[in-house]
Design a protein around this ligand. Structure first.
Ligand SMILES: [Zn+2]
Ligand SMILES: [Zn+2]
Length: 284
């Protein structure tokens, strides 16, 4: 059933909560290979009715597309992570373009610049990001960005493309409020991971408090960045519930409001139709 633009889900005829979307998970990673159906089931039990699983290279992008075809609540993105930036040659680019056109692919990414780990030469990271921005502009797709300690170069590169893209998400947003403002000015969304639950996350919590509500998303980055109270365990999409709960606490609103708003934001940026539900047996 629908109410005021939000989707209320029911499991066994009992109202659970508004639907949540985990906008960034890596369901193709080996941590999930043995029990993905139970991971997805636990997510559903926590109201996480959609999961966007993220490609990090060509093989991973193909795998996440396969998962999106197998599970109706799963959607895919096609990307080459900055750690794999050397892979983007002309041949890879043509495979990349055809993967990006596949059904159930919502976005390009994750792509970006990681000057924290610096696993690839920075010039190669920048070139790989540029190639993916060109594809995103051609296909009018939104882009999921992974940016660590590289915001100056990122804004220089992305600014000329920003209004030709189908939108943008700064996944696992790690910048301060000044950086957030620059991203918001370009129309981008800020995706908040489980680290916001950590006691030392004051910079991230400040961004959550000040950001316009209609530009916030929640994500897990599963299997990484497990939120409190499960730190030390493998992260999974059901735990995005705890991140949303923390966002509600920081903003002084209800979990339902966070679920409703972040779901509608995710539907907007990823061009998902929020009136359709992936599994009709969970609705009544
Ligand atoms: Zn990332
Ligand atoms: Zn990721």
């Amino acid at each position: 059933m629908k109410s005021q633009g939000s989707v209320i889900i029911r499991i066994r005829n009992q109202k659970v909560q508004n639907m949540l979307i985990d906008t960034h998970a890596h369901l193709d990673f080996p941590e999930f290979s043995n029990d993905l159906p139970s991971v997805l089931n636990r997510a559903m039990q926590k109201g996480v009715q959609r999961i966007i699983t993220i490609g990090i290279n060509l093989a991973s992008s193909q795998q996440v597309i396969d998962l999106a075809h197998r599970y109706p609540q799963v959607y895919a993105t096609v990307g080459i992570h900055p750690h794999d930036a050397f892979l983007m040659d002309e041949e890879a680019l043509s495979i990349f373009r055809s993967l990006a056109r596949e059904d159930r692919v919502l976005a390009i990414g994750e792509t970006g610049l990681d000057y924290h780990r610096d696993r690839q030469p920075r010039a190669i990271q920048r070139k790989c990001l540029n190639r993916q921005l060109e594809v995103a502009c051609d296909l009018k797709l939104p882009v999921v960005f992974h940016i660590r300690e590289a915001f100056d170069d990122f804004f220089d590169i992305v600014r000329p493309y920003a209004h030709s893209l189908g939108g943008g998400v700064l996944h696992c947003f790690s910048g301060d409020w000044n950086i957030a403002v620059k991203a918001l000015d370009l129309g981008f969304y800020l995706s908040i991971p489980g680290t916001v639950t950590f006691p030392q996350a004051s910079k991230q919590q400040d961004v959550v408090k000040k950001a316009p509500f209609d530009r916030l998303l929640v994500e897990t980055d599963a299997p990484y960045l497990t939120p409190v109270p499960f730190r030390g365990k493998v992260n999974e999409p059901s735990y995005v519930y705890y991140t949303a709960k923390k966002v509600a606490e920081i903003r002084g609103c209800t979990l339902d409001e966070v679920a409703s708003q972040t779901t509608s934001n995710a539907c907007a940026v990823f061009h998902l139709n929020d009136s359709s539900t992936p599994r009709s047996d969970n609705e009544s």
